[in-house]
Design a protein around this ligand. Structure first.
Ligand code: NAD
Ligand code: DAU
Length: 348
């Protein structure tokens, strides 16, 4: 059995990756290490929790002693590291938490792999990272794997730092690592603080749709299932020490995306066309807001054969359908501490 540690598996992308790997690799034992922060939710994995090849471990990657013990006891064959604080707005309010989890937590994992893997043969440490490390593009151009790092938010600075540590462990100690930098994901089980699920939830409840600044900021959207497929390719066939950009060649200005979502939601909810658009409200901009992200995904396409499997319209419709069919999930995750956060940030 291949013993694979996946960190952050109770979160949005991690839960899709775990489900994908369990289905595809019946000879893998998958260990999901997650602290279960506000963003981590075991309901995301309810359908597979009885699978004998799946093990949940509640723990904090910032706890160095715990992480060393875990690696010593379990002798993992590989690590796919996704655990992180992931929301840019939260990083602006509380940068230190991002340093702790994203930087210190990553270094703790690197140290544990280095100290406990007797031989690096056949081992792999995979860091799942973001395109935000490259900073912001103007109206043209794409991020390639050679684009210089230029992070602007505390979140992207912490992810850039952790990427540098991962590469440093490869250069300095020969730890077998691989990194991918992906664009914005969307799909089921995403915490409704991020643009798409926030808007779906607010439209449903007739609440305003906060658009930062003039809404002309641009993101490149990828369906989360396609990110899981790409992660599988990089984990198994990516070359040691390499970086792979992952994206959908699918750029949208925020305002156009939200308008498209409004039209789709009107249809799904049986509301007159134009009803949801009236909820759009332009609000104060995010400080340090990056204008445009867009990925050149030619390397992963050419080297590993990756192509997105759905177009945006299909992916968005599947996403909306999932949120509408899973009201209980939405209610559960938007209760408690998240509600307070939501109120202080946007409704005053
Ligand atoms: P998420 O916030 O939905 O999930 C993060 C998970 O990490 C949660 O389950 C949380 O409980 C866990 N976690 C947080 N701190 C922890 C700690 N100290 N110890 C153990 N577990 C902890 O995030 P996501 O959107 O699924 O992102 C996953 C990874 O992918 C992150 O590393 C993120 O930077 C990266 N990424 C995300 C996107 C995106 O669009 N969401 C795009 C590119 C890269
Ligand atoms: O690019 C990859 C990154 O994408 C990931 O690394 C991050 O973990 C993930 O959160 C995401 O970051 P963004 O900041 O791009 O995602 P978010 O959904 O927060 O915002 C998308 C765009 O929409 C951005 O330009 C800000 C804007 N926005 C966001 C929210 C939450 C609004 O206009 N209004 C909002 O209420």
């Amino acid at each position: 059995m291949h013993k694979l540690l996946i960190t952050g598996g109770a979160g949005f992308i991690g839960s899709h990756v775990i489900r994908f790997f369990l289905e595809k690799y019946p000879n893998y034992k998958i260990y999901n290490l997650d602290k279960l922060t506000y963003a981590g939710n075991l309901e995301n994995l309810k359908d597979i929790e009885e699978n004998p090849n799946y093990h949940f471990i509640k723990g904090d990657i910032v706890d160095a002693v715990f992480i060393q013990d875990l690696f010593n006891t379990e002798q993992f064959d590989g690590v796919i590291h996704l655990a992180a604080e992931s929301h840019v707005d939260r990083s602006i309010s509380n940068p230190l938490e991002f340093v702790m989890t994203n930087v210190i937590g990553t270094v703790n994992l690197l140290n544990a792999a280095k100290a406990n893997w007797n031989s690096f043969d056949g081992k792999r440490f995979y860091h799942v990272s973001t395109d935000e490390v490259y900073g912001s593009l103007g109206q043209t151009g794409l991020f390639t794997e050679k684009t210089s790092y230029d992070p602007h938010s505390p979140y992207s600075a912490s992810k850039a730092s952790s990427d540098h540590f991962v590469r440093a462990y490869n250069d300095t100690y020969g730890l077998p690592v691989v990194i991918s930098n992906c664009s914005n994901n969307y799909g089921s089980h995403q915490f409704p603080e991020k643009l798409i699920p926030l808007c779906i939830n607010n439209i449903k409840h007739n609440k305003s749709l906060p658009i930062y600044g003039d809404g002309k900021y641009t993101r490149d959207w990828l369906w989360v299932y396609d990110h899981a497929r790409a992660i599988d390719m990089v984990y198994h066939r990516g070359l040691d020490g390499e970086t792979y950009n992952i994206g959908g060649f699918n750029e949208w200005q925020n305002i156009d995306l939200v308008r498209t979502l409004c039209t789709l939601m009107d249809k799904k909810l049986g509301r007159a066309k134009g009803t949801s658009e009236k909820l759009i409200t332009f609000v104060k901009d995010r400080p340090g807001h990056d204008l445009r992200y867009a990925i050149d995904a030619n390397k992963i396409r050419t080297h590993l054969g990756f192509e997105p499997s759905v177009n945006f319209e299909e992916g968005l419709e599947k996403t909306v359908d999932w949120y509408l069919a899973n009201e209980e999930w939405l209610e559960h995750v938007t209760s408690g501490s998240y509600k307070n956060y939501y109120k202080t940030q946007y409704t005053s």
